[in-house]
Design a protein around this ligand. Structure first.
Ligand code: UGA
Length: 461
């Protein structure tokens, strides 16, 4: 357990509440400040404004250590102040830092040392600008650290409490040490570095994850052309210890509140510095095209889509969240509507409302697929594993499943009487000859970790 410190959080959004809740879980006293009265009222009443597994329990368990307030003055007694405000893209692709500057304007004036720790994802150079602004205002008692978050929606609490690493960039060694001390009790490597490098680590990590996704999506598209199965290919690639198995799931593209925004911000940051980040531009373009590929798959089976009913199953940008920001379902729905199709949409938690304007929003999978000419798995919610059932087949006008996340077993789906299209799975109808052993790792999500000795003994270099 860490020595108890007083922590302030600017912003009761997703990052702020996960950060505040988890620091309280570590034993610290936390004050969460937001400017939206309804949000603070709801939090005081124990209501979370979004869906994030485990977070409600963390906030309830630590309620006595967490205060919610509208008053910036209540942050005066805190030792470290985390900035957890949004940094949305502007029209130019640059990150909009106005919420960060607003937080700075509202810093309570105190005599003793306070540290401002940046959790929001910001362009490289922000820390330097903030430091200059603090000095210009005579706030020399306020230190600064960049302490980026690597939380994924749906697993944020686990990611916070069991991180792969903690990154801290600071101008002064003692500020970095103060921030690091807040995490004591957590087992993880700590990367202490300069502020610009810490800012870059966050942007580069996300960019690299997106690059892996666009890479495997392009491999999937080539697999379709040449008759290979990208799921098998990804498993084969992932066993190479230099590459690893993560973020190699082909599909209809990434979305969410981070990847699309952060890729644009990094691309813009590079071009503001006179550098054309070609690879990142390609990653973004591949992702845009990928969201639309389902339309061609539907056309292949159904011809013109005008008047066809298409069920979109799973709408949030990934399972485990109700977040619709930059969800591929939005682009897909509007492409289908533009083709004249009738779109019937279902998600177990997301409520897209106006974002899916023109689509019929359904309460159950059966309602969505009734009379449909095709069902598309857009987001891999676990409950959709049951999709290839007799009930669904009978409800659909045509039993066509387009599996945009390679969630289903192609052979079992076909055996259940459906036409099946996955992503990059042209050769998925693998026929086992009698007596042929199951292929290694087939249907396994993540292969077991191999040991160094496996590597040295198995294959001579
Ligand atoms: C992402 C990163 O994973 C976090 O480490 C980071 O902290 C966060 O952004 C952020 O910057 O705040 P998140 O956006 O919650 O987290 O979601 P991911 O799980 O990374 O998924 C992003 C998108 O990539 C989803 O649409 C998902 O369906 C897609 N994806 C992911 C794939 O298409 N294939 C994969 O193999 C993995």
């Amino acid at each position: 357990m860490a020595d108890t410190r007083r922590i302030g959080i600017f912003g009761a959004g997703w990052v702020g509440l996960v950060t505040g809740g988890c620091f309280a879980e570590l034993g610290h006293e936390v004050v969460v400040r937001d400017i939206v009265p309804e949000r603070i009222d709801a939090l005081r009443a124990g209501k979370l404004p979004f869906h994030e597994p485990d977070l409600p329990e963390v906030l309830v368990r630590n309620a006595q250590r967490i205060t919610y307030t509208l008053e910036a003055e209540e942050l005066a007694g805190t030792d470290v102040l985390f900035i957890c405000v949004q940094t949305p893209p502007t029209y130019s692709g640059d990150a909009d830092l106005s919420y960060v500057w607003n937080a700075l304007d509202e810093l309570p004036r105190v005599e003793r040392r306070q540290i401002l720790a940046m959790k929001s994802t910001v362009p490289v150079g922000t820390g330097e600008s903030v430091r200059a602004a603090l000095e210009a205002r005579g706030l020399t008692n306020v230190g600064y650290a960049s302490n980026p978050e690597f939380l994924a929606e749906g697993t944020a609490v686990r990611d916070f409490l069991n991180p792969d690493r903690i990154v801290i960039g600071a101008f002064h060694e003692e500020d970095a040490a103060s921030v690091e001390a807040l995490y004591s009790g957590i087992e993880a490597p700590v990367v202490r570095t300069d502020v610009a490098s810490a800012e870059m680590i966050k942007l580069a990590a996300n960019a690299f994850l997106m690059t892996r996704i666009s890479f495997i999506n392009e491999i999937a598209n080539v697999c379709e052309a040449v008759g290979a199965d990208v799921v098998e290919v990804a498993q084969g690639i992932g066993l190479d210890h230099r590459l690893g198995p993560h973020f190699l799931r082909a599909g209809i593209g990434y979305g969410g509140s981070c990847f699309p925004k952060d890729s644009l911000a990094l691309k813009q940051l590079a071009s503001n510095s006179g550098y054309h980040f070609q690879l990142l531009s390609a990653v973004i373009e591949v992702n845009e095209l990928q969201k639309r590929r389902v339309v061609q798959k539907l056309q292949k089976h159904l011809g013109k889509l005008r008047g066809r009913k298409v069920a979109l199953l799973g709408l949030a940008f990934k399972p485990g969240t109700d977040d619709m920001r930059e969800a591929p379902s939005i682009v897909l729905a509007s492409r289908l509507l533009a083709e004249g199709a009738e779109v019937r949409a279902w998600d177990p938690v997301a409520k897209p409302g106006e974002l899916l304007k023109g689509a019929v929003q359904c309460d159950t999978v059966i309602e969505a697929v009734t009379g449909a000419d095709a069902a598309v798995v857009v987001t891999e919610w676990p409950e959709l594993r049951e999709l290839p059932s007799a009930e669904v087949r009978e409800a659909m006008a045509r039993p066509l499943i387009v599996d945009g996340r390679n969630l289903l077993d192609p052979d079992a789906t076909r055996a259940a009487g459906f036409a099946y299209e996955g992503i990059g799975r042209a050769s998925s109808a693998f026929e086992s000859l009698p007596g042929t052993p199951e292929r290694v790792w087939r249907n396994r999500e993540v292969p077991p970790a191999e040991t160094a000795s496996d590597r040295t003994t198995r294959k001579p270099k």
